[in-house]
Write a protein that binds this ligand. Structure first.
Ligand code: PMP
Length: 368
């Protein structure tokens, strides 16, 4: 008898499955904690302050209208984004998290006999999407935990369709400055799409955010991917967007589901976009949390990669063992062996108390 695997497209069985941070409820159950509240999840780069309160109010109001389909064209959200970002609504695609933007890029541009160029320690989803589109992955070694843009340029061939640059990068927490990205985009051949993944960009003060949307305004082959998951604290809702030339957005729109963004997410995102106070508090929490973690790591004699975002790589020795021991103490971080960094874990900035709990846990684990 044939199995489903026999019937599936032959390349599917070999694909890797994305390993997400574990839900707190599951860890609490498994390790015998009374409640999920005893666990600090510092594993998925979420916003420790929670969602924007304005977004929560908008979701409450939207709840009674959930018998209606969402606005498949995301009219109000695109209007609000266009005004804020100084682009046209037709240059925006809304998506089920920026993850869906990456996936749609795969559908539109990738296939057999094509490849993507990415950094070896950039966000793993680029790799997964290329593979599921049957494209090859050219992973270029990072330099000092940062994209080596010259080496990435040199890696581009006739087969290359998309170059992914995560800026700032997950999981290293590092960032390329505006002139470096500008020089890079200017030198990428016209036959290649550059995806600038800026999932964390709003965590930076405005004067430190590179103006990557200028590439779109100038008509370059650049797709900027952004999200409401991080700075706006809406990871559970799944809402992100792409900004690119109108013809590119038209192509991406052809391969998305008609209602890819749900109605609650649309309402919440519009409200969150206006919530400057929540963004300001989030930036402040991240700035002081990074300082607290850095100081704690120094006191423990641990090396770390200085970060500009709400997470940091820290060198703890046996990363997976430390991850497990911290988890038993109610702190979830992310082991990094999947990224070829078995001596590191990635710690997301939490509240002051959560950061302290993580540092205390590390002290105990490393002492014993
Ligand atoms: N890009 C990067 C660099 C990320 O770290 C993440 C989230 N881990 C994403 C994209 C996807 O985020 P989302 O789908 O929640 O918008």
């Amino acid at each position: 008898m044939k199995t489903f695997a026999d019937l599936a497209n032959p390349w599917i069985g070999g694909l890797a499955i994305y390993e997400p941070g574990r839900p707190v409820e599951e860890v609490a159950r498994e390790l015998g904690f009374e409640s999920a509240d005893e666990i600090s999840k510092l594993a998925s780069n979420e916003n420790a302050l929670g969602p924007s309160p304005r977004a929560v109010a908008a979701m409450r109001e939207a709840a009674s209208k959930m018998h209606r389909y969402p606005d498949g064209g995301a009219f109000y959200l695109k209007q609000a984004l266009a005004a804020k970002l100084d682009v046209r609504p037709s240059q925006i695609l809304t998506a089920n998290g920026s993850n869906e933007v990456l996936e749609l890029i795969g559908h539109v541009f990738l296939g057999p006999d094509t490849n993507i160029v990415m950094a070896d320690r950039a966000f793993v989803v680029y790799r997964l999407i290329a593979r599921s589109s049957r494209a090859e992955v050219v992973a270029v070694k990072m330099k000092d935990y940062t994209h080596d843009l010259d080496a990435m340029l040199a890696a581009i061939t006739d087969r290359t369709k998309v170059v992914f640059v995560s800026n700032p990068n997950n999981p290293t927490g590092t960032m390329l400055d505006e002139p470096a990205v500008e020089r890079f985009v200017a030198r990428v051949p016209d036959s290649v799409v550059v995806c600038l993944d800026e999932a964390y960009i709003e965590l930076l003060p405005e004067d430190r955010q590179p103006d990557s949307l200028a590439f779109v305004r100038q008509g370059k082959k650049v797709i900027v991917a952004r999200t409401f998951s991080k700075t706006y604290g809406l990871a559970g809702l799944r809402i992100g967007y792409a900004v690119a030339a109108e013809d590119c957005i038209g192509l991406l729109n052809r391969v998305r589901q008609p209602f890819n963004v749900n109605a609650m997410a649309l309402a919440a995102a519009v409200a969150a976009l206006d919530d400057d106070e929540h963004v300001r508090r989030t930036r402040e929490m991240v700035r002081s949390g990074l300082a607290q973690l850095e100081e704690g790591f120094r006191r423990l004699g641990l090396a770390f990669v200085p970060a500009v975002v709400n997470f940091m790589l820290v060198k703890v020795g046996k990363g997976r063992e430390v991850f497990e021991a911290l988890q038993r103490r109610g702190v979830i971080v992310r082991p990094m062996d999947g990224y070829g960094l078995p001596e590191y874990v990635r710690v997301t900035v939490g509240t002051r108390a959560e950061n302290e709990k993580c540092l205390r846990g590390l002290r105990e684990v490393l002492a014993g």
